[in-house]
Design a protein around this ligand. Structure first.
Ligand code: SDX
Length: 425
């Protein structure tokens, strides 16, 4: 394969180097383009543009491949845990038993919030959206840990990462408790990461909530599958904010805000709302598909910027949803409706021609419903899962890229004109 790309512009020939990744993906290095030609590239939505090299996650959208640090998602999903995956993404290798034990102990150590943080919750209305609360309080952690606003050592990074990954559960659970009017349930260091979260969500004083091992396993799987996905919008946001040397708390808080959008992490809630509309007879799979074809409706949980084949996470989540409902002895009509909708869409050329398949959000809500997690908390669950990925990318950005992210533009506004005094307008 050629090592350079030739660009001819205004009679000038420019040889642009091609960089190649370890999986054969190639990028044309245009870092000299404007200096040599006066031109920039124009690529709305960055569909063809990579701002960085990265060694964390590999996605092959054409073949439905997802690997965390080289390990196929199918193997990690089947045999790993969320805490182990967090270590893998952040530190690059599967942890030894001793490393995993120390990391788990660090997460236990960091599970409490400063007691003053509770006052922040008092300032929010009971129906305040938990994503707004999560991003606000995550950012405020920097006020309680000023010594970690400037991270200058691996030890400080490890401590900040442990604090965020641990406390994000407590913040999320407290925001849910606030919405229900129930007292905050403090974390219990004797419980595992996921079991502790479910305890904080659903235990009530003097009545311990004891989730089934299947429920704990399903939550760990859910978080593992959401842990990273290379340069998605919210991760790119974290990298962009981190490129200014903003602190880790502020950077992941920005990631939470980006994730909230309906086209991104908010889609899991949109899927359930869509399925409920069908369940309640307000629409049907056939009507949804017709509205999509008339460009009047987007099928939430379908389509993806990268996957032009099945999202491997959707396959795993679909099976896990079935499995969990069976083990919990629960039935959820939304699962049958989702499968009916998927079958109808994939039988229609409109979807297959556009390579629109179920993505990570299409079945994930079924699992969260089975765990009794309310729809408003669905994007929050996505954010808890994505924390290790955001932290890993923030660190990589700070270690390996030294340029602040500052895209250019093609200006299409007014040409120069003189100020007009108000009496002459
Ligand atoms: C996530 O990037 C990541 O990795 C994200 C994520 C992660 O792990 O971080 O994987 C998580 O965000 C998953 C996506 C969740 N969002 C949704 O489910 C919302 C519904 N999906 C879409 O809005 C859309 O598919 C996107 C946003 C996911 C991708 O949009 P693109 O790549 O910009 O594609 P597009 O909007 O240009 O659509 C291409 C064509 C268009 O039709 P034409 O104009 O060519 O005729 O496909 C159509 C679109 O109208 N299309 C859809 C559709 N998605 C695309 N039509 C109906 N329903 C949809 N869901």
């Amino acid at each position: 394969m050629t090592k350079t790309a030739t660009l001819i512009i205004d009679g000038k020939t420019l040889e642009l180097p091609i960089i190649e990744g370890t999986q054969g993906d190639r990028g044309i290095d245009i870092s000299r383009l404007r200096a040599e030609t006066g031109c920039i590239t124009y690529d709305p939505g960055y569909m063809n543009t990579g701002p960085c090299k990265s060694a964390i996650t590999f996605v092959d959208g054409e073949n439905g491949i997802l690997r965390y640090r080289g390990y196929p998602i199918e193997q990690i999903a089947a045999r790993g845990s969320f805490v182990e995956t967090a270590w893998l993404l952040i530190f690059g290798e599967l942890p030894s038993r001793e490393q995993l034990s120390r990391f788990s102990a660090a997460l236990c150590e960091e599970e409490l919030l400063h007691e003053d943080v509770k006052h922040h919750f008092e300032g929010f209305p009971p129906n305040g959206h938990p994503m707004a609360i999560l991003s606000a309080i995550t950012n405020s952690l920097g006020c309680y840990h000023p010594e970690l606003l400037e991270i200058e050592s691996r030890g400080e990074f490890y401590l900040a990462a442990s604090k965020i990954i641990s406390k994000v559960r407590t913040i999320a659970a407290f925001s849910y408790r606030k919405s229900t009017g129930r007292p905050f349930m403090y974390p219990n260091p004797a419980l595992s990461y996921c079991r502790n979260f479910l305890h904080m969500m659903f235990s009530i004083p003097h009545k311990h909530y004891d989730p089934s091992p299947e429920a704990v396993r399903a939550l760990s799987l859910f978080l593992t599958l959401h842990a990273d996905h290379e340069q998605n919008c919210s991760t790119s946001t974290v990298r962009m904010v981190g490129s200014t040397q903003a602190n880790l708390f502020a950077s992941v808080s920005a990631g939470i805000c980006a994730l909230w959008g309906r086209l991104h992490g908010g889609a899991n809630a949109g899927v359930v709302e869509m399925l409920e509309q069908i369940r309640d007879g307000k629409t049907s799979p056939k009507d949804c598909i017709e509205l999509v074809k008339q460009k009047k409706f987007r099928l939430m949980g379908f389509g993806h910027r990268i996957y032009k084949n099945f999202d491997p996470r959707a396959r795993i989540l679909k099976d896990a949803a079935h499995d969990l409902l069976l083990k919990l002895g629960k039935l959820d009509p939304l699962l049958d409706i989702a499968m009916e909708l998927e079958a109808a869409a994939l039988a229609d050329p409109y979807f297959t021609e556009r390579k629109l398949y179920p993505n990570v959000d299409f079945y994930s809500g079924i699992i969260l419903r089975a765990l009794n997690i309310p729809v408003s908390m669905f994007p929050v669950m996505f954010a808890i899962g994505r924390m290790p990925g955001w932290i890993a990318h923030w660190y990589e950005e700070n270690q390996e890229q030294t340029k602040i992210h500052r895209p250019r533009q093609v200006y299409t506004g007014q040409i120069i004109r003189d100020y007009v005094p108000i009496d002459e307008r």
